[in-house]
Design a binder for this molecule. Structure first.
Ligand SMILES: *Cc1c(COP(=O)(O)O)cnc(C)c1O
Length: 436
């Protein structure tokens, strides 16, 4: 759960990337995202070596967490970047990510976003709807370029943890249906257009996936579609199976590690293609959470500690921290589990049942639903929540006008600001009425 090499120092304080969390909290304020650079790079490189680079491309899914620094790290570790909006594209471009290493997603790409992506030399655009074929073609024709596209296919698989549904309903906004033939029809149309270069198929089956079973069904169905297209003389050069690889948030979580997942999926595709007498396509994956999730922790300062009587003489202690749903919406949104620890010291006090909550005006503002923390927990203590690198800062809001936390990289005992902490001046700067 914790970044590689995280440990307690002689004073009992948690150390991440060689940095004592007490020092980081003092220097950068709380809440704070402390991100271990070595951990991020190791996980990115881990994906790079798990899959055969001769046949597989790895794109880091920007939406999990993006700033120019992580974009550069991802590229340095041999990855591309998958972006899903003009804003994410802008960050990647400013970071100097080569256009060819970019892939553009989205179920509602504007003409402006498509144009900017093509201007940056984007490697792939993933077509998500019939109307988008014409939109991309129009922009590309206007610019005098050819656009390389994948087609996002809804394969009817929905995966999460160790479970998957093979008959998921297709009543969703993403992609083109395999079952109804919508994907097939769009691909045939694209293949007949000079301005578009049909490269292959894309699917993304879920998130926080712990094993290869769902990917297996998705891959088999896509290879089935490859066979139908082959019969029409249309070749599928690439199969992008998306992201969704899971991580451990709590000690019971047991995701398959990247190498084992890679071997399982590569052999599924090989065997399916061999059976269907099809050439094996190039593969691509788009992990986000599995790269950045475990790299970062959130450091909070404890404020109010309040016991609440439950039935049967039990007690729950509400521990309020100085952030909450504005820096971590996942607990409220997905009922997500997290691991939390007292980070500024060690304590031998008997543990008490706690609920770590934020400071927002919302009773659902919970960070960690159930946690055992030392009975002497008090105002001013620092708590650390593990595995908050993905979908926390990137989904952060300024609800209640709380400035969004900084993200600081820790490496060999040194800190570098990746995103500075917002200030109240930043928030007021949006309000012309505030200028007096
Ligand atoms: C969200 C998403 C990803 C990344 O998902 P993770 O669960 O972070 O690995 C990859 N590809 C697509 C299309 C996505 O929507």
């Amino acid at each position: 759960m914790w970044p590689l090499g995280a440990h307690r120092n002689g004073q009992g304080a948690l150390v991440v990337g060689g940095v004592d969390v007490r020092d980081a909290a003092r220097d950068f304020g709380t809440p704070l995202f402390l991100l271990d650079e070595a951990d991020f790079r190791a996980r990115a490189a881990g994906f790079r070596v798990a899959y055969d680079p001769g046949r597989t491309d790895i794109y880091y899914a920007a939406k999990a967490f993006l700033c120019t620094t992580v974009a550069r790290w991802a590229v340095e570790e041999g990855l591309g970047i998958d972006v899903a909006s003009g804003g994410e594209l802008a960050v990647a471009v400013v970071a100097g990510v080569p256009g060819g290493r970019l892939l553009l997603h989205g179920n509602n790409k504007s003409r402006g976003e498509i144009r900017r992506a093509l201007e940056s030399g984007v490697g792939r655009i993933v077509v998500d709807a019939p109307a988008e074929v014409d939109r991309i073609a129009e922009v590309a024709r206007d610019m005098g370029v050819r656009a390389s596209v994948l087609v996002r296919v809804t394969v009817g698989v929905e995966a999460h943890t160790h479970e998957f549904i093979a008959t998921a309903h297709e009543d969703q906004k993403f992609g083109l249906s395999l079952a109804s033939g919508a994907a097939y029809d769009v691909i045939v149309r694209i293949a007949g257009m000079d301005v578009l270069d049909f490269r292959g198929l894309h699917s993304h089956i879920g998130s926080q996936i712990f094993d290869a079973a769902g990917f297996e069904v998705a891959a088999m169905r896509l290879v089935g579609l490859m066979g139908e297209l082959h019969a029409e003389g249309i070749e599928v050069a690439e199969l992008n199976l998306g992201g969704g690889m899971g991580i451990a948030y709590v000690s019971d979580d047991d995701p398959l590690e990247a190498g084992a997942m890679a071997k399982a999926i590569e052999s599924i595709v090989d065997e399916a293609c061999a059976r269907a007498h099809l050439p094996v396509p190039r593969l691509a994956f788009e992990p986000g959470r599995a790269i950045v999730g475990p790299s970062a922790i959130t450091v909070y300062e404890v404020g109010t500690v309040k016991p609440v009587e439950l039935d049967h003489g039990h007690q729950r202690v509400y521990v309020s921290v100085d952030g909450g749903m504005s820096d971590n919406i996942r607990t409220a949104l997905y009922d997500a589990d997290y691991t939390v620890t007292l980070a500024s010291r060690v304590s031998t006090a008997a543990p008490m049942l706690c609920r770590v909550v934020g400071k927002h005006c919302e009773s659902g503002d919970v960070v960690v639903r159930d946690a055992w923390l030392p009975g002497d927990l008090r105002e001013g203590d620092l708590l650390a929540v593990a595995a908050t690198g993905a979908y926390c800062r990137s989904m952060a809001s300024q609800y209640n006008y709380l400035p969004r936390p900084a993200v600081v990289a820790a490496r060999d005992g040194n800190c570098t600001v990746m995103l500075r902490r917002e200030t109240e001046e930043d928030l007021l700067a949006l309000d012309p009425g505030a200028a007096v």
